[in-house]
Design a protein around this ligand. Structure first.
Ligand SMILES: [Zn+2]
Length: 203
């Protein structure tokens, strides 16, 4: 009979393997490291995982990561009644925030229209966006979606339903890189995209 690691080890390796970018070999290596390295702190790791997973949830307003009902950005009183920047994903917010050139509120849609993957307007946070616009009355709505086909289709859809609201409606100069890859866009590029935004009517 062929021997293998004990069952708790295999369970650990199997859970690690479910993480993105971790193959079977890496999972085994990480499991061995956790179990045999004196610097490993398995209890702290388990505690941090549980604490993060149970205490962090999407902000009820913008969709960013929050530990309370609202995130730190939405809680800043100076931001309400200003511009609202619409992005695809919650992970798009921080890179834009780090440019330092935007001090309004954000709204993450939770994705973009993708008919082939059965993602229609109902699957995105579009109705909450309309509600926020009605109650928050932003001075301008900035569309900051990705530059690929699905991002463009989503932008066009939003323009159609937002234009009748009569608020200033702009889009950033260059679309964002697709798929939440904003870490690859440097701050200056993002800053230029934001400051070079144009009214959608000029399309
Ligand atoms: Zn928020």
């Amino acid at each position: 009979m062929a021997f293998d690691y004990p069952a708790p080890f295999l369970l650990l390796a199997r859970e690690l393997r479910r993480l993105p970018g971790i193959g079977p070999r890496s999972a085994e290596r990480i499991a061995l490291w956790i179990l045999s390295n004196k610097d490993a702190r398995p209890a702290q790791l388990a505690g941090a995982l549980t604490a993060a997973a149970t205490s962090i949830h999407p902000c009820a307003e913008c969709g960013f990561f929050a530990t309370h009902d609202l995130c730190e950005i939405c809680l800043q009183p100076s931001r309400s009644g200003r511009e609202m920047c619409v992005v695809e994903l919650a992970t798009d917010i921080l890179p834009l925030e780090k440019t330092g050139s935007f001090r309004g509120l954000y709204h993450a849609l939770g994705g973009r229209l993708a008919p082939l993957d059965h993602v229609g307007p109902e699957q995105l946070r579009i109705e909450p966006l309309l509600q926020r616009i009605r109650t928050g009355k932003p001075t301008e709505i900035i569309l900051a979606l990705s530059a690929d086909v699905e991002g463009e289709a989503t932008t066009n859809y939003l323009v159609e339903i937002l234009e009748p609201l009569g608020l200033p409606l702009t889009r950033i100069a260059h679309g964002l890189p697709a798929g939440g890859g904003l870490e690859h866009a440097d701050q200056i590029t993002l800053q230029r995209a934001l400051s070079g935004r144009r009214p959608v009517a000029e399309r």
